[in-house]
Design a protein around this ligand. Structure first.
Ligand code: S3P
Length: 173
């Protein structure tokens, strides 16, 4: 049987973790979430890590767990990985992701991301709520090329419900 390694990338609030969980259940394969692994290993919330040690230290942890991914997997041939929104910033990470499996970019507008994250207070990089939409817009602008470079498929999830997104992904496996 063909192996199924599905990597989900994209901005915060694009639904990577939610979609990843449903997808892994539907396909009966493992689900990994890079943020969850980091929180488990570091025994603290991402917000604390970024606020106390800085973004660079957090990025270092992201690279480390990507390199050690096999330690967190029962079956390294079939799994879904939901990545943190900034995982693609490092070229090293992009190369690892591309070599792991099929990379899906869940793309949506800054306005929709803003809407999805309106209640969120666990994303330290978004800063205060007054400037949030502008912060999201500039992050999207900076990251666009990295999501583009890393992905095999871009899925515009703007007006799609979960089952449609899952269907789109499964169709491309
Ligand atoms: C980040 C996204 C977050 C988390 C951290 C940084 C980012 O993950 O890794 O707060 O730089 O976009 P989600 O994309 O799962 O929200």
């Amino acid at each position: 049987m063909n192996s199924k390694v599905i990597i989900l990338i994209g901005m915060m609030g694009s639904g990577k973790s939610t979609i990843g969980k449903i997808l892994s259940k539907d396909l009966n394969i493992d689900f990994l979430d890079s943020d969850e692994i980091i929180e488990r290993l570091e025994k603290q919330k991402i917000t604390n890590i970024i606020n106390s040690k800085g973004e660079e230290a957090f990025r270092e942890l992201e690279t480390k767990i990507l390199k050690d991914l096999n330690n967190f997997l029962i079956n390294p041939k079939d799994f879904v990985l939901a990545t943190g929104g900034g995982m693609v910033l490092r070229e090293e990470n992009r190369n690892i992701l591309k070599n792991l499996g099929k990379v899906f970019w869940l793309d949506l507008s800054a306005e929709k991301i803003f809407e999805n994250l309106s209640e969120a207070n666990d994303r330290p990089l978004l800063g205060d709520k007054e400037n949030r939409l502008n912060t999201i817009k500039s992050l999207c602008k900076i990251r666009q090329e990295f999501y583009e470079a890393c992905s095999d498929f871009k899925i515009n999830v703007e007006d799609m419900n979960h089952s449609r997104i899952i269907h789109e992904i499964i169709n491309k496996l």
